[in-house]
Design a protein around this ligand. Structure first.
Ligand code: AMP
Ligand code: ZN
Length: 456
């Protein structure tokens, strides 16, 4: 069974597969006003890994990942400008144009990283009715209040367990913590807007007045609609813990009358060359930049897997190039092993790697098992082949992509390669050199790497 660290309970918790097998997961999706950088993509890999591990355990995953195309304001402050509206003005295009353009780019990037598409990808602008309905319900239940200008606020004090995810309890929140701290329309300084009165672009009519939704209510409305009021896992980047997820939890739980999300899971930030990857600091690498360097986009995925999702991780061009080399070598080896007689999985390696996946997604350990297996000449090549492909269902590295693409070895060469590998393990250097010459005569060039011999 997968055990994963729950930010709210502050410990690793089991994620069981229920008798009906359906497991529901919500992932806070992108704000589509710019290209996602690889830091953003690391957050979505977390959700993909949970899906793949749970599917291994027989779960039928239903994942909802929203598209935020309205309501996310600059700096997360409630009086900033809408990110999409701002970008539309900067590029001289319509908001719809901007949102759809970057949504398409996001889909391409996530596909290139082998992130499985979510079952539901609702857009905020197309689910405004759900938000209005939810806000009305919260007002009716006394959790929210409308003010004369046509805005609606959530009453933070109506939700006593506020702060359980991040530890930011209401009594510790100082007035003015948020830019809107001094907003005279609010009854309490930590209340937040569910609906914002406005006559700008991209607004809707409501019973309270013209305006647009707050970012937090979007996720509550879409998750409750597409997954219902029992959600097994909710993921996002670590910066979303507060206020986004605290506010979302307060809204959803107040509407449902019970705890909606069982496990809150957060991925740590990506640094690049030692600094947090963020557009605001100009420290951004896109997946297209990686491809422009001649590297496989999946080298990014492999580089991420070398670290646990809960560790901050520093990426550099050197680590990406190293990951790219490993990826190419593994694909070539898998293609080589595919030429050998088939053999059963190496159960021992599978068990260790899968135990690592289950242990709060310990992917670095799983990759170490793979490296060990790669070098282990006592395991038949056919078995290494099966085991690599089996584990690749979770790793998602397309390790079988070179099969049939590589030149097929001339008859007898595979056996000579195996004999040479064994000779090297037995430190019989003269025999190993003799076999290399014999292979060279057949047109097969062998190079020795720390992970074993590689032929071309
Ligand atoms: P956004 O599109 O800005 O709403 O962000 C999308 C996701 O990326 C959110 O889950 C963020 O928490 C996450 N995120 C932003 N910056 C980073 C970073 N440097 N490393 C990892 N995740 C990040
Ligand atoms: Zn969200």
């Amino acid at each position: 069974m997968l055990r994963i660290y729950d930010t709210r309970t502050r410990q690793a918790e089991p994620v069981p597969v229920p008798p009906g097998r359906v497991v529901k997961m919500y992932t806070c999706g992108p704000t589509v006003y710019r290209f996602a950088h690889v830091g953003n993509l690391r957050s979505y890999l977390l959700s993909d890994l949970i899906r793949r591990v749970m599917e291994r355990h027989g779960a039928r995953m239903v994942v909802c990942q929203n598209i935020t195309d309205v309501g996310h304001l600059v700096d997360d402050a409630e009086i900033g400008e809408d990110k999409i509206v701002m970008q539309a003005r900067a590029e001289g295009r319509s908001t719809l144009d901007i949102a759809r353009f970057y949504e398409d780019a996001f889909r391409r990037d996530t596909a290139a990283l082998n992130l499985r598409p979510p079952e539901h990808t609702p857009r905020a602008t197309e689910t405004i009715d759900l938000m209005i309905e939810l806000i009305a319900k919260l007002v009716e239940k006394g959790h929210a209040y409308a003010v004369p200008d046509g805005s609606v606020f959530f009453s933070a004090q109506s939700f006593p367990s506020y702060g359980e995810i991040s530890g930011n309890r209401l009594e510790d929140l100082k007035p003015g913590h948020r830019v809107e701290g001094a907003d005279p329309r609010k009854r309490f300084h930590a209340d937040w807007a569910l609906w914002k009165h406005s006559h700008r672009e991209l607004v809707w009519e409501t019973p309270w007045g013209t305006g647009f939704p707050g970012w937090h209510i979007e996720c509550s409305a879409m998750s409750l609609e597409y997954l219902g009021d029992r959600i097994d896992v909710h993921t996002g980047g670590i910066d979303l813990r507060f206020p986004h997820h605290e506010d979302e939890r307060a809204q959803s739980d107040s509407a449902a009358g019970h705890e909606v999300v069982t496990r809150w899971v957060h991925g740590e930030h990506l640094l690049f060359d030692g600094r947090k990857m963020a557009k605001s600091t100009g420290n951004v690498v896109l997946l297209s930049d990686v491809a422009d360097q001649g590297l496989d986009p999946l080298a990014v995925r492999l580089a991420f897997l070398e670290h646990r999702y809960r560790q901050q991780m520093n990426l550099t061009w050197d680590t990406l190039r190293a990951a790219d080399r490993t990826l190419r070598r593994w694909r070539q080896r898998v293609a080589e092993w595919a030429e050998s007689p088939s053999a059963p999985l190496s159960q021992e390696h599978v068990r260790r790697a899968e135990a690592a996946f289950d242990d709060d997604l310990d992917t670095p350990t799983a990759l170490r098992v793979l490296r060990e297996l790669e070098r282990d000449e006592s395991v038949p090549p056919g078995s290494r082949f099966e085991t690599f492909l089996h584990l690749d269902h979770v790793l998602g590295l397309d390790l079988s992509s070179d099969i049939g693409k590589v030149k097929v070895l001339p008859p007898g060469a595979a056996e000579l390669l195996e004999r040479r590998a064994r000779a090297r393990q037995a430190r019989e250097w003269a025999e190993s050199d003799r076999l290399r010459d014999e292979l060279a005569a057949m047109g097969v060039k062998v190079a020795d790497t720390p992970e074993g011999q590689v032929w071309t």
